[in-house]
Ligand binder design. Structure first.
Ligand SMILES: [Zn+2]
Length: 639
């Protein structure tokens, strides 16, 4: 939203690596992975989280001997902590700036999206980490005012050379001019964006948020952009490919290749007149190039922000991970603060957001979610505040975050843009609960019962299928993590230690794996249960926590050294009354070994809105006293 009143919300569903070099916390269960303290060079050091937000990087003996203890440790601490600082799991994140009182009521710690750093907004947000927002699609009016005489140079062009309106801003105009989609390959628009980043950082923002971070690539589904810059850039991309690949693509002379002309002729040659640019045989390669170009520009903007601030600036983006294609620039990002469809109109809690949360975990980035404009319109229309309470609880129980819904953009085709003001008395207590129990969130990692090996290529081809498969695991109360395998768009490879850590692997479309990943998977999964079907996966998996309940609940176990927390969410939501029905007689069967907890442990129940109490564990069984929306079972090894 770029700090302006121009909203942008749900993208049509089109399109979706830093290595995981972090070693598990000492004494943590083998299948717990730690997102903190990742570094770029696997095997160089191990990291240990000793308390929330603190990270100690311990270099390997060899490296210590080589470079000297102090300097090496200092370097590694700085390198490791830069990303760890982006968000803590117990942070309370605001989407837009608010007043000091509202921040205080929620216990806010971060403004992660649409802030405009000014003396008064920074003063109101004193003590918070304040991200300034820059938008690649929503700021047309500002861009126009910067370049009123030559703004047309920076516009995207369709195959006929015409500019293209931003589909969700068709009701917006500036000085009688529609909101055109601008091309992030064009020098004039790049200059505008660089200036915006520069002024945002100079104004005192702690971090940077980029809305519509894919720029031109975000409009691929519209059949853009065929401006001169894009056509020239593709030519250069083709020239850089190996000869064999160029041959496979059927390109005879890359140096003289004009994709725009090729597509025009191809469309003209079809007598039915139904051909669209997106159907051209080279469109997939064009897509790869557009995503890479977008990622490269994001890297450039991040470097610019770092240079101006003279430090590592945490950078986030509205990379909603339920939109395939949005991981293409993940290496440029420290966090995702993003729109995530919660399917409010289904009038029940959804399991789909868990997919986005696990995908973010797979690339070791925190994810602060908000719902879509359609979701917020539904909530406003139906006063479904407690539906939103469930969304908040699910995000935190998954180890991610849900941005405080104090003011949300709503959108329906009929009503257009409108706003929802979330009642503080309904939502703030949830965030205060998180802050009061920060030690139950920070430093804990997902305990996985099963891993989903997901080729990014498969996600791009069949996003809904991949999401639904994972939602089915979540609904079966299997705690999963995603092992994401990269492709030409996402630079990430499978790792042997991630595969070896899991007992059950659900492999989605093995044919979509790169050869190196396929070989690695085969080499390291010989003594694992490997399945390709979700029903088979469910029957083959022995979860760490099983539940017996008279109504639907969700179990999300997490752990750190010596402690496990089992989040229990009540999914028995009644839309008519907008309430969650209280449950009693919920029984859990816990495998302490799988949770990394010793047989001798203490057990306590920490319910949202209730009093903490000690519980007994007998032969692995625990009976919960009662369950409203959300409670956390805490198991601690006795020392
Ligand atoms: Zn272009």
């Amino acid at each position: 939203m770029g700090g302006s009143a121009v909203p942008r919300i749900r993208r049509p569903k089109r399109a979706a690596s830093l290595r995981h070099v972090i070693h598990k916390p000492h004494n943590a269960p083998a299948h717990v992975r730690n997102w903190h303290g990742r570094a770029e060079n696997p095997g160089q050091f191990a990291s240990v989280v000793d308390r929330p937000g603190r990270l100690f990087a311990i270099e390997s003996e060899n490296c210590m001997r080589r470079t000297g203890c102090f300097c090496a440790a200092l370097f590694l601490l700085v390198a490791a902590s830069s990303r760890a600082a982006a968000l803590e799991r117990s942070d309370v994140v605001f989407m837009y700036q608010a007043d000091a009182r509202t921040y205080s009521e929620y216990g806010a710690t971060v403004v992660a999206w649409g802030g405009t750093p000014r003396p008064e907004t920074l003063e109101a947000a004193k003590g918070l980490r304040f991200f300034g927002s820059v938008g690649m699609v929503t700021e047309f009016s500002r861009y126009y005012d910067r370049f009123p005489t030559n703004y047309t140079e920076g516009l995207c062009r369709d195959i006929d050379g015409q500019p293209v309106k931003v589909p969700w801003l068709t009701d917006h105009q500036h000085r009688g001019i529609p909101y055109w989609w601008c091309c992030s390959q064009q020098p004039i628009f790049r200059q505008y964006l660089r200036e915006r980043v520069e002024e945002t950082m100079k104004a005192g923002a702690h971090g940077l948020h980029i809305d519509d971070h894919l720029g031109t690539a975000g409009g691929l589904w519209l059949g853009i952009c065929f401006c001169d810059r894009c056509v020239e850039g593709f030519k250069a991309h083709l020239k850089s490919l190996p000869p064999q690949r160029i041959k496979e693509l059927g390109v005879e002379e890359p140096a003289a290749f004009n994709f725009r002309e090729q597509v025009r002729q191809w469309i003209k040659a079809d007598k039915t007149g139904n051909r669209k640019p997106q159907q051209h045989p080279l469109w997939p390669e064009w897509t790869v190039w557009q995503y890479r170009a977008a990622a490269s520009f994001m890297e450039e903007l991040h470097a610019l922000a770092n240079q101006i601030a003279q430090r590592h600036v945490p950078m986030g983006a509205n990379a909603g991970l339920l939109w395939a294609g949005h991981l293409s620039d993940y290496k440029a990002l420290d966090l995702f603060s993003a729109e995530t469809d919660h399917h409010a109109s289904a009038r029940r809690f959804s399991d789909l957001p868990v997919f986005a949360y696990r995908l973010a975990e797979a690339v070791d980035r925190p994810y602060a979610a908000t719902a879509s404009g359609g979701d917020w319109a539904f909530v406003k229309e139906n006063n479904s505040h407690r539906l939103v309470q469930g969304w908040i609880a699910l995000a935190y129980a998954s180890g991610q975050l849900f941005m405080a819904p104090h003011r949300q953009w709503c959108y329906t085709p009929e009503k257009g843009t409108h706003w929802y003001t979330g009642p503080t008395d309904v939502y703030a207590p949830l965030y205060r609960f998180v802050r009061e129990h920060a030690d139950l969130f920070d430093g804990h990692e997902t305990v996985s019962d099963i891993a989903v090996v997901l080729p990014h290529r498969a996600y791009m081809r069949t996003p809904n299928q991949c999401q639904e498969l994972c939602a089915k695991l979540a609904a079966a109360n299997l705690s999963f993590r995603i092992l994401l395998a990269g492709d030409d768009i996402v630079d990430l490879r499978l790792r042997a230690e991630d595969i070896s850590r899991e007992k059950v692997l659900l492999v989605v479309d093995r044919s979509a794996l790169l050869d190196t990943d396929r070989k690695l998977l085969e080499a390291h999964s010989k003594d694992r249960v490997v399945v390709t079907d979700v029903d088979h996966a469910i029957s083959a998996t022995q979860p760490a926590v099983r539940v017996q309940s008279p109504a639907p609940v969700r179990i999300l176990p997490r752990a750190r050294a010596g402690e496990a927390v089992v989040h229990v969410l009540n999914y028995d939501y009644d839309a008519a009354s907008d309430t969650v029905r209280e449950l009693s007689s919920v029984r859990l069967k816990i495998d302490q070994v799988k949770l990394g907890i010793s047989p001798q442990c203490t057990v306590s129940w920490v319910p949202f809105g209730g009093r903490e109490q000690q519980l007994k564990i007998e032969d692995g069984h625990v009976v919960l006293p009662k369950l409203n929306l959300w409670g956390i079972l805490v198991l601690k090894s006795r020392i």
